[in-house]
Ligand binder design. Structure first.
Ligand code: F0G
Length: 385
């Protein structure tokens, strides 16, 4: 069937909100789940226990395309001809690519005035989406785009949109498929707006309810230390879903304190530089469902992990590497055991954010230049980090 060329829609029985002829696909869901022994050793896992689910092979270079194809499908069903998002870069890149490739929608993108990688910004511009930069951070941009799209009747494709998450469930279907439907002990994922973790738990919960898997994996969400709202609320304040009876005033109080302190989110992992994750309630439920934990890792550990992943043969962006940095922290804490089977999700391609990568390796380059000067090309050696 033509829809089977999409790594999302070949699972369409499990996201049954659209008739086949409404489905929008540009071939998303081309991913691989690769055994990564050198990265396992770095994180403290035994050989053969770590698999990396690589989402960089999607049309726009990140996992967002899984969700965008589902959102575009729903948007088309509603008759929309304009779609908008706020973004730290990848959602906007994905929206722009889907607009250009399908010609179904005009794209409107809100970005904050903080960090956005040039790789991602160039995608939005190249594919012709209307790109608006606002004063403020991602959280401000998301608030504004929600207002504007409500007022003007523009279809919103941020992960508050539940159809986005339906598409992102398929990342876990492909993980299971690659592992012969063997459920891993842990799935580790970076946390920004917390759409992925919500989608993953829903995927597993539904597969379990259908008796297609014998048990649920545990979920670990990894924040950057400079944007760690979910970590603070879940691990430090003990906030729990509690069957939906969780204390919303705890969240509001936390945000009020954040505002009062003037503390803005700040991490080199710009994709997850988010203080007010819109899917926080859903993510609490996801953790309850899959016995999850949250950790926060400093930028230096994220960049080290990224280089180890790269040295193992998969190039990812900083936010993606938070998963491996978080895994390493959890093994150190004995929460994850060296014999557990783990899947870390690598959410975006290394070319998304080349500046961070070049800056990180500039120490290597200095050594290269110095040795070149002293002893000539033959003796060039890169230090082993
Ligand atoms: N990794 C990458 C590469 C991302 O771009 C994002 C989110 C995440 C992880 C976090 O995923 O939101 O589901 O928890 N990027 C959004 C954007 C916010 O605008 O592109 P999440």
């Amino acid at each position: 069937h033509p829809l089977d060329f999409s790594g999302v829609w070949r699972f369409r029985e499990l996201l049954p909100f659209a008739p086949d002829d409404a489905i929008v696909t540009i071939g998303e869901g081309q991913t691989l789940c690769q055994r990564a022994d050198s990265v396992a050793a770095y994180a403290g896992l035994n050989p053969g226990r770590l698999f990396l689910q690589y989402e960089g092979m999607n049309p726009s270079g990140s996992f967002k395309d899984n969700g965008m194809s589902a959102a575009f499908t729903h948007a088309r069903m509603t008759g929309a001809n304009r779609a908008a998002c706020a973004s730290t870069g990848n959602t906007s890149a994905s929206l722009a690519v889907y607009c250009a490739a399908t010609q179904l929608m005009r794209g409107v993108i809100f970005i904050g005035s903080g960090k956005i990688s040039y790789g991602k910004l160039s995608q939005a511009l190249e594919h012709g989406a209307l790109t608006v930069q606002i004063h403020g951070d991602f959280d401000d941009a998301l608030r504004r785009v929600q207002e504007v799209s409500r007022q003007l009747g523009i279809y919103l494709v941020n992960s508050v949109n539940p159809f986005r998450l339906e598409g992102q469930k398929t990342i876990m279907y492909r993980v299971l498929e690659a592992r012969g439907w063997e459920v891993p002990d842990w799935v580790v994922v970076p946390g920004g707006n917390l759409g992925n973790v919500s989608a993953f738990a829903k995927a597993f919960h539904e597969l379990r309810a259908l008796n297609l898997i014998p048990r649920l994996p545990r979920l670990a969400v990894i924040n950057a230390a400079g944007a760690d709202t979910f970590y603070q609320l879940h691990e430090k304040h003990g906030l729990r879903w509690a069957g939906g009876r969780f204390d919303r005033s705890e969240i509001d109080g936390y945000y009020a304190a954040l505002d009062a302190s003037g503390r803005k989110p700040d991490t080199l992992a710009s994709a997850i530089e988010i203080n007010r994750p819109v899917n926080l309630p859903k993510a609490l439920r996801a953790l309850e469902c899959c016995d999850g934990v949250v950790r926060a890792v400093p930028d230096a550990e994220i960049l080290d992990a990224k280089a180890k992943i790269g040295a193992g043969g998969l190039g990812c962006e900083p936010a993606s590497a938070a998963s491996v940095a978080g895994l390493r922290a959890l093994v150190r804490e004995n929460v994850i055991s060296p014999t557990d089977s783990v899947v870390c999700v690598l959410t975006g391609h290394v070319l998304k954010d080349p500046d961070e990568t070049v800056a990180y390796h500039s120490a290597d380059r200095a050594t290269f230049d110095a040795k070149l000067g002293a002893r000539g090309v033959k003796s060039v050696a890169f230090p082993n980090r």
